[in-house]
Design a protein around this ligand. Structure first.
Ligand SMILES: Nc1ncnc2c1ncn2[C@@H]1O[C@H](COP(=O)(O)OP(=O)(O)OP(=O)(O)O)[C@@H](O)[C@H]1O
Ligand SMILES: [Mg+2]
Length: 321
């Protein structure tokens, strides 16, 4: 069953320079129990997608212009205030901003459980310690008496994940949860997410600009570029058979997947487009090695190829969605 359905979601930022369309008609579904990866370069719209789902777009500049979001077949935004923090939680890209610096970690966790789960203080304390333990925090009984600044970056991120998992949500959105951390700590945090996959029923949207991270954690992946979804695919298919020329370029530019061993690593020529003045037709056409006339004129629809969907004219003739 679909837990979350995003239909034709279009988000604009009204800024002094004009209207910037950060998301342009994106569609996707998250199934129950699934881990869905969202990958794309900086500025492609990953965080905007997450913030739109949470109804936390910056005001007054960010606006949902078009589209609908359904959570368990009900319109989400009408109910999000009830769901946020309990059924739907998020680990933010900048964890420092989301912990209260003047409250001990334990107090912050306990408050969440009292507010959303109606626990008394003793129950909330035990549950907090249990959840911190699940995140691999050593000696949680003493850690709860510390303030956020007393934790290292990696430990703080564990606390954030604990906070997001406290109420056993149905949906967790993790926005670049490993990016700000060094490589060893990244691997540890990734292991926590792998454990969560096994030990909980929470569905996860895992955002990263790094396809090799997504490869380790997700069942399915959305490839985003300039506010569009260019391809959706099962992870194992994506690496075997990338369809979109952009996806093919991304794979070639990852050392672990590149077939150009020993040679200089590939990078996709050109730059990401300026969203205040996006390209006509397909957003990727200025950088595409397979460009045809139609690519400059019309944005491709999604075509269904096997279990994947791809927005590229090369697949015209496949089933149009
Ligand atoms: N508060 C804002 N005001 C104006 N424009 C914004 C704002 N937030 C994001 N944008 C613009 O919207 C587009 C999408 O940004 P978004 O933060 O969603 O990208 P991202 O994929 O999360 O990138 P990153 O990998 O850097 O986190 C970008 O062009 C960005 O400049
Ligand atoms: Mg982001």
């Amino acid at each position: 069953m679909a837990l979350l359905e995003v239909k034709n979601l279009t988000v604009d930022f009204h800024i002094p320079e004009g209207i910037l369309r950060a998301l342009d008609g994106i569609n996707f579904t998250l199934r129950e129990g699934e881990v869905l990866g969202i990958v794309g370069e900086s500025g492609s719209g990953k965080s905007t997608t997450a913030l739109a789902i949470m109804n936390l777009l910056p005001t007054p500049s960010g606006k949902i212009k078009k589209g609908e979001i359904f959570f368990k077949d009900e319109p989400l935004l009408a109910n999000i205030d009830k769901l946020r923090g309990k059924e739907i939680t998020m680990v933010f890209q900048n964890p420092l901003n989301s912990l209260n610096p003047s409250l001990k970690i334990g107090q912050q966790l306990i408050e969440v459980l009292q507010e959303h789960m109606g626990m008394n203080e003793k129950e909330a304390l035990l549950e907090s310690i249990e959840t911190l333990k699940m995140m691999g925090i050593p000696a949680p009984e003493t850690m709860i008496d510390r303030y956020p600044f007393e934790f290292s970056g990696g430990m703080r991120q564990r606390v954030m994940i604990a906070m997001a998992m406290l109420c056993k949500p149905q949906l967790l959105i993790a926005d670049e949860p490993t990016t700000a951390l060094d490589v060893t700590i990244q691997a540890q945090i990734l292991r926590i997410f792998k454990n969560l996959r096994k030990s909980t029923r929470t569905s996860i949207i895992f955002i990263s600009h790094d396809l090799s991270v997504i490869a380790q954690i997700a069942d399915r992946v959305l490839i985003m570029y300039a506010g569009k979804i260019l391809e959706t695919s099962e992870v194992k298919n994506l690496f075997k058979n990338p369809l979109h020329p952009y996806t093919q370029g991304l794979l070639k530019s990852i050392p672990a997947f590149s077939k150009t061993e020993g040679k200089k690593l590939y990078s996709i020529p050109g730059n990401v487009p300026n969203l205040l003045d996006p390209p006509s037709g397909c957003v990727f056409h200025p950088r595409c090695p397979y460009i045809k006339e139609i690519c400059k004129k019309a944005a491709p629809p999604l075509f269904k190829v096997g279990n994947s969907n791809v927005s590229c004219w090369l697949y015209k003739g496949a089933d149009e969605l």
